[in-house]
Write a protein that binds this ligand. Structure first.
Ligand code: XMP
Length: 524
């Protein structure tokens, strides 16, 4: 690696012209920001309370007012700074956002008493939002109040059977509204409507590509870090891996990655991390073999929270020991995602707070290092695309989420060497079969659980007394809720017979058919 020279600051940064999605409380607000980014335009979700002055300071290319559950007439209904309509920034109101626009600008919103939920045919579809789209299209509605007259000066550009003003526009003032939800998949041309708004109306180029993200983040990291040393903990997951590669691309050997192998990884996973980072990418890597230490700390422990606490504590201890060996390290890389930033309540320098029980595998704040967070602006699917662009292996890019404490919280009871080996082997069979069935990417997670109980079976002529394995496979969008996956019977059959035949110590396979809530995804 040659010496990396920090580049001078270059203005303006691409994100300085975002599309701002004003969050009016709708469940789809975050989805709108994601759809805009799917159109390769950078967008951010911001509170609806932002003042016109603050908005102007961000120099947005466009504004989108999200939907929301309130009625514009209800007490405490969210409102926006009316000055925003006069900034000349192209603005699209969606559902509640469109109603608010109508109410604020001399139109009419009525409580017709008729709700409209689900798919509806939209007629007309004229005007700039519907450019190049069929005259009639299916759209997804979810509203109670209805716009009965558009803002003064605006024209009606779409109607449905029960909604007289399903879309309107005022091209002079650059104000647009749709009653339906273009951001959901149930509106087949929804993404085209958004693209018409972004490309055709707001003149926002599709420049937010993985390559552009990399270029920009690399520059930012160089500016932030200068010639100081950086450390990054690798977990085996995609977030820390992509964050580490971005930093490596930016500052080369100033970065040291530390991979604490606690012995609770899945089969071959630790080797893959070492091979990919140390071998393929040649990132300076400290691979700490701490399996024995962790196992010793869990002796006699079967209480889930106590297990998590001990693993978390030991993890920090090992990491700190390694960091100390490196001498003066000023920066710590973290794979904080945009969804963490939103969840913790803000995009303006608010540190990401991860849900308390998920902190295991995280690092202490008192490490007294400054954070480098190159994924702070990215959603998970964008992180994956950046990973692909950086040349990361497919297996790592598309890895299903895996908890910090790993297999230790999938053994229900005390963690022993024997149980770990059995569970790891069973999990490997399950992963193999799920991949072969082509379902790996469709599932949020799929894994094996080993409850440390034994039941009676018979194999050959012999009575057995052995562990069961529970199969857990779920579909989910964000892990907050999850549904048990309807795996095909044939797949279940091959998973079960392979696990029982190939792995000594197991004589029974069961399937977990609980959704979240009330169950959780993990068993501990
Ligand atoms: P639960 O079990 O609460 O899990 O439904 C939700 C998601 O979080 C993952 N998970 C963790 N991730 N450290 C992590 O990094 C942890 O300690 C942890 N515990 C659970 C879990 O796999 C699921 O995707």
């Amino acid at each position: 690696m040659g010496q990396v020279v920090p580049l001078p600051v270059r203005e303006p940064q691409r994100e300085e012209h975002p599309v701002l999605v004003l969050d009016l409380g709708g469940q789809y607000a975050q989805l709108i920001a994601r759809r805009v980014r799917d159109a390769r335009v950078y967008s951010e979700l911001v509170p609806h309370t932002l003042s016109a002055a603050e908005v102007r300071r961000r120099k947005p290319r466009a504004l989108i007012l999200s939907g929301g559950p309130a009625s514009v007439y209800s007490e405490g209904a969210p409102r926006i700074d009316a000055e925003l309509y006069r900034l000349g920034i192209p603005t699209l109101g969606i559902c509640y956002g469109a109603q608010l626009m109508a109410l604020d600008l001399g139109g009419e919103v009525a409580r017709t008493g008729v709700s409209e939920f689900g798919k509806t045919e939209l007629d007309g579809g004229s005007g700039a939002l519907f450019n190049g789209l069929p005259d009639a299209q299916t759209v997804w509605m979810s509203h109670r109040d209805t716009v009965t007259a558009p803002p003064a000066g605006a024209t009606v550009t779409g109607r449905s059977a029960s909604t007289p003003v399903a879309a309107f526009e005022d091209s002079e003032r650059r104000l647009y509204g749709v009653q339906f939800h273009p951001e959901v998949v149930h509106t087949p041309y929804g993404q085209d409507v958004l693209k018409n708004f972004l490309y055709g109306i707001a003149d926002a180029p599709p420049a937010w590509t993985p390559a552009a993200v990399i270029e920009e983040q690399v520059e930012r990291i160089r500016e932030q870090v200068g010639s100081a040393r950086v450390i990054c903990g690798l977990s085996g997951g995609v977030d820390s891996a992509v964050a580490a590669l971005l930093v490596y691309k930016a500052v080369g050997d100033q970065l040291t990655c530390v991979f604490v192998d606690h012995g609770f990884m899945r089969e071959n996973e630790a080797e893959q991390v070492a091979e990919t980072f140390g071998g393929h990418f040649r990132v300076p890597l400290v691979h700490v073999q701490a399996q024995e230490r962790f196992l010793a700390r869990l002796e006699g422990i079967d209480e889930p929270e106590e297990k998590r606490r001990r693993i978390g504590e030991e993890f920090i201890r090992v990491f700190e020991e390694e960091a100390r060996k490196l001498g003066a390290v000023k920066y710590l890389v973290q794979g904080t995602l945009y969804s963490d930033v939103i969840e913790s309540g803000g995009t303006d320098g608010v540190a990401a707070k991860i849900k308390s029980h998920h902190n295991v595998g995280g690092l202490p704040e008192q490490m007294d290092m400054e954070l480098v967070e190159p994924l702070r602006l990215l959603f998970k699917d964008e992180v994956r695309r950046v990973g692909e662009e950086l040349g990361m292996p497919e297996r790592m890019v598309w890895r299903q989420p895996f908890p910090g404490p790993g297999l230790a919280i999938r053994i229900i009871g005390e963690v022993t060497r024997e149980r770990l080996e059995i569970l790891r082997a069973a999990d490997a069979v399950l992963q193999d079969e799920v991949r072969r069935a082509g379902l790996y990417r469709d599932l949020w997670q799929s894994f094996a659980v080993l409850p440390a109980i034994k039941s009676v079976g018979v194999q050959g002529d012999e009575r057995t007394y052995a562990y069961p394995i529970v199969i857990r496979a779920v579909t989910s969008e964000d892990a907050m809720t999850a549904d048990w996956a309807r795996l095909p019977y044939d797949l279940l059959e091959s998973i079960s017979s392979r696990i029982i035949n190939e792995i000594p110590g197991i004589n029974r396979v069961a399937l977990d058919i609980s959704s979240k809530p009330p169950a959780t995804i993990e068993w501990e």
